[in-house]
Design a protein around this ligand. Structure first.
Ligand code: PLP
Length: 271
C-alpha cells in the first residue's frame, strides 16, 4: 500500500533575517524537495547581504520547550543541524537526540560566516565535537572548518583525504562529506563522502562562478537531510543534493538592493 504521509525534516539552526541561510533557507529547501519542514531556531541573527550584524541566542529553556513541542507530537524522518550558538544549546540538543532517538541527522559544522563573523567559539567547537559528532549520521565541513577542527592545513587535495578523514573518525564521527568549494580546482568542485565503512566516494560538479554564495552550506545539508527523509541512502542523497545545489546556483535570485553591489562586496542569496 502507498504511504500517504509527508516525509518530515526538522531544522535546528539560526534564523537569518536575510532568509538566504539558516532556518529560512532550510525550510525553503525542504519544501522545494517535497518534505514538511519543522523549525527550532538556536539563535536570532540580524543580517543582510553585507554580513551578520548581531546574534541573539535562544534562551536554553525556550530552546528545550520548542524541541519538546515538536518532538512529542510528530514523527521526524530526518534532522538538519546548523549554527549552534553556545554550549547550553549543544548540550540540550544532545540530550534530546538521545531521548527521542532521532535518526538521519546531518550536522553542518557552521563556525564562521562567509562575512567573517564568528558563529562558534573554540571552546564551543570542542563541546560540539564531544556531544554531537558521535550522535549524528553525517558532518559536512568545508575546508576551513576541517582545519579549525583538526588544527591542520588540509587544502582539499586527493592525497590528503585519507589521513584527514582518519583524524576526523578519531573524533568520533560516523560519516563525513568533505566539501571542496574552498579548494584549488578552478573549473570544478570535488566533495568526498566517507561513510562509516570508510568507503570514499567522489562527488564532482562544475564550479559556478557567482556572488550568490550566501547559504550554500545550509542548502546542501538540508537537502541531504531531506533526501534521507525521502528514503534515499547517503551516497544518493549527496549526489542528488549536489545536483540540486548546482541547478540553483546557476539560476540564482536577483534582489534589488539600495546601494551599488561593487561598493560592498555583498553575498547574494541563491533562492
Ligand atoms: N547565518 C546563519 C543563521 C547561518 O546558519 C549561516 C551558515 O550556516 C550563516 C549565517 C553564514 O552563511 P554564509 O556563510 O553562507 O553567508
Amino acid at each position: 500500500m502507498k504511504n500517504n504521509y509527508t516525509p518530515t525534516v526538522l531544522t535546528i539552526a539560526g534564523s537569518d533575517t536575510y532568509a538566504g541561510a539558516g532556518i529560512q533557507i532550510d525550510m525553503k529547501t525542504i519544501h522545494k524537495l517535497g518534505a514538511y519542514a519543522f523549525t527550532v531556531p538556536t539563535a536570532l541573527t540580524s543580517q543582510n547581504s553585507t554580513g551578520v550584524k548581531d546574534v541573539f541566542a535562544t534562551p536554553i529553556d525556550v530552546f528545550e520547550k520548542q524541541l519538546e513541542a515538536v518532538l512529542e507530537d510528530v514523527q521526524i524522518d530526518a534532522v538538519k543541524i546548523g549554527m549552534l550558538a553556545n554550549k547550553g544549546i549543544i548540550v540540550a540538543l544532545a540530550k534530546v537526540i538521545d531521548k527521542y532517538q532521532l535518526k538521519n541527522i546531518v550536522l553542518d559544522t557552521v563556525m564562521v560566516s562567509s562575512s567573517g563573523k564568528n558563529l562558534l567559539e573554540s571552546s564551543e567547537i570542542e563541546i560540539m565535537v564531544k556531544e554531537l559528532f558521535p550522535r549524528v549520521d553525517l558532518i559536512t565541513p568545508n575546508i576551513p572548518e576541517v582545519n579549525a577542527l583538526l588544527g591542520s592545513s588540509y587544502m582539499g587535495k586527493p592525497e590528503e583525504v585519507k589521513p584527514t578523514v582518519e583524524r576526523l573518525f578519531a573524533l568520533g564521527i560516523n560519516a563525513v562529506l568533505l566539501k571542496g568549494g574552498h579548494g584549488l580546482e578552478r573549473n570544478r568542485v570535488t566533495d568526498y563522502l566517507i561513510e562509516k565503512s570508510h568507503t570514499i566516494t567522489e562527488h564532482t560538479s562544475q564550479r559556478v562562478n557567482t556572488t550568490h554564495t550566501h547559504g550554500t552550506g545550509c542548502i546542501l545539508s538540508s537537502s541531504i537531510a531531506t533526501h534521507l527523509a525521502l528514503g534515499h541512502n547517503l551516497t544518493k542523497s549527496v549526489s542528488l543534493s549536489k545536483q540540486f545545489m548546482y541547478e540553483h546556483l546557476v539560476a540564482s535570485s536577483s534582489l534589488k538592493f539600495n546601494y551599488l553591489k561593487e561598493e560592498l562586496g555583498r553575498k547574494e542569496p541563491i533562492f
